[in-house]
Design a protein around this ligand. Structure first.
Ligand SMILES: *[C@@H]1O[C@H](CO)[C@@H](O)[C@H](O)[C@H]1NC(C)=O
Ligand SMILES: *[C@@H]1O[C@H](CO)[C@@H](O)[C@H](O)[C@H]1NC(C)=O
Ligand SMILES: [Zn+2]
Ligand SMILES: [Zn+2]
Length: 446
């Protein structure tokens, strides 16, 4: 997907028209691409849409549900989709819902929200505080669902202007459960050209979005290895094969992966956090279990690290006559890939967010070692993940996500809804405008 070619003349004309509240018909049209983002933001800020989202968000906030248990949340979503007349598929990955707006035919573009809460006690005292002890929407996923439903409401009103189909992806279990992986493995991405996801942020002001092309969140993996030798008397080592010494050497060798093999400017982590073996002072044990985590910012570095961890453990075990078996899925902990923002979608995002908020309000986010299971989507199809600021200095400081004091500034809801709606609808409108261009350049070459 290339960028749209914004036509300044038409843009001015459309702005003139909409400023006089003569909304040109149709609402979504190829000629007025540049105008769509601000039209959606204005629409999303109208009380009927904004209050709709606030009510949804508060209802969800009062009734937080953990990963793969989002039954009431999912039901609320389906009720809303029913009311809007939006068809959907359910259940996908236990509680997941996928709604469809538009022609039902290709091209398909997806916008995603996560539904799960965290197992922690809310410490904010307010009218809509969590009513479930020990559970809280402390990451803003309640706001994410509300934004996606707000976008759905706006898009559904203009579904006849869409050429193609917008998919609304409501996924379970982002917080460690890998709900995105289950949704992907259920085949929801078949024929989908692109997917967009967002996260509310307590680091940026309201009206600001933060993002970057390429890797944006780290890939994270876990490993556990059993190093087996031959146990025996600690005073007669020649009759044993000592897994404690072998494991110690393995741990030291693993530390050389980052210090000697990785590019110093390409951040990576390998940590052995678990070491279990032996019970007595005078017995060499049969085996030792070690385990840890590794992180990287590029898919290549991540794959390389994983491969080298396996090699170092098995080869170094062999040096001391031990055998090693490695498990990269301990306790069914999922391996989150790097979240990578597609370069072409970055251009699309810059256009859309730029026209909605102004280029100066698109900030570059520094990559963080955190992970997102949206990465399972970006691993399979071009995807784009960005942060939506919600700090308003006059309303006080916001605690970061996963804090029991976490609060959502509900003024952010129209921004998220408008970004979802604009990114997806202009993607489809622009998608078709690319077709003749590609044909034309083909002819030029001939
Ligand atoms: C390692 O594996 C080989 C092949 O299965 C086996 O013969 C050997 O006894 C094992 N060594 C130890 C220390 O477990
Ligand atoms: C920030 O909060 C103040 C006070 O509630 C409000 O008047 C203002 O509109 C808010 N700013 C934005 C950008 O939402
Ligand atoms: Zn979270
Ligand atoms: Zn989150």
């Amino acid at each position: 997907m290339g960028s749209f070619k914004w036509v300044p003349l038409l843009l001015n004309l459309c702005m003139l028209l909409s400023s006089k509240l003569i909304l040109s018909d149709p609402f979504l049209n190829k000629q007025g691409l540049a105008d769509i983002p601000s039209k959606f933001l204005n629409l999303a800020k109208r009380p009927e849409i904004h209050e709709y989202m606030v009510n949804i968000r508060r209802a969800l906030h009062e009734n937080p549900e953990l990963g793969f248990e989002e039954f009431d949340t999912s039901k609320l979503i389906r009720n809303e989709l029913d009311k809007m007349g939006i068809p959907y598929k359910y259940p996908i990955a236990v509680t997941g819902v996928v709604g469809y707006i538009g022609s039902g035919n290709p091209p398909f573009v997806a916008i995603r929200a996560d539904m799960d809460a965290l197992s922690m006690q809310e410490a904010v005292e307010w009218e809509h505080k969590s009513r479930v002890p020990g559970k809280m929407h402390a990451c803003g996923h309640d706001a994410h669902v509300a934004m996606l439903l707000g976008a759905a409401k706006m898009l559904q009103e203009h579904r006849n202007d869409l050429e193609g189909t917008i998919m609304l992806v409501f996924q379970p279990a982002e917080e460690g459960g890998g709900g995105a992986k289950k949704m992907r493995d259920a085949g929801i991405l078949a024929n989908v050209d692109a997917i967009f996801g967002l996260h509310v942020s307590t680091l940026f002001p309201i009206g600001v979005v933060a993002t970057r092309p390429g890797p944006v969140l780290a890939g994270s993996g876990f490993f556990e290895a059993i190093i087996s030798g031959k146990g025996g008397h600690a005073a007669i080592p020649q009759h044993t094969i000592d897994p404690i010494l072998a494991s110690s050497n393995i741990i030291v060798s693993l530390q050389h992966l980052v210090s000697r093999e990785a590019d110093p400017l390409d951040s990576q982590v390998v940590t052995v956090a678990k070491f279990q073996g032996g019970h007595a002072f005078n017995v060499i044990p049969d085996s030792v279990t070690i385990g840890g985590t590794f992180r990287a910012f590029s898919k290549e570095s991540f794959i390389q690290l994983k491969q080298r961890i396996e090699e170092v453990i098995t080869l170094q075990a062999g040096v001391q006559r031990c055998n090693a078996t490695i498990n990269f899925d301990p306790d069914e902990k999922l391996f989150y890939p790097v979240t990578v923002n597609d370069k072409d979608l970055h251009e699309h995002f810059q256009n859309v967010a730029g026209h909605m908020l102004g280029k100066e309000n698109i900030k570059e986010v520094t990559p963080t070692m955190g992970s997102e299971d949206f990465s399972f989507f970006t691993e399979t199809i071009p995807g784009y993940f960005y942060f939506v600021g919600m700090v308003n200095e006059t309303q006080g400081r916001l605690e970061s996500g996963h804090s029991p004091y976490f609060r959502v500034n509900e003024d952010v809801l129209p921004y998220g809804a408008a970004l979802h709606a604009s990114l997806a609808s202009t993607y489809l409108l622009d998608y078709h405008s690319q077709m003749p261009k590609q044909k034309a350049s083909f002819h030029d070459e001939l």
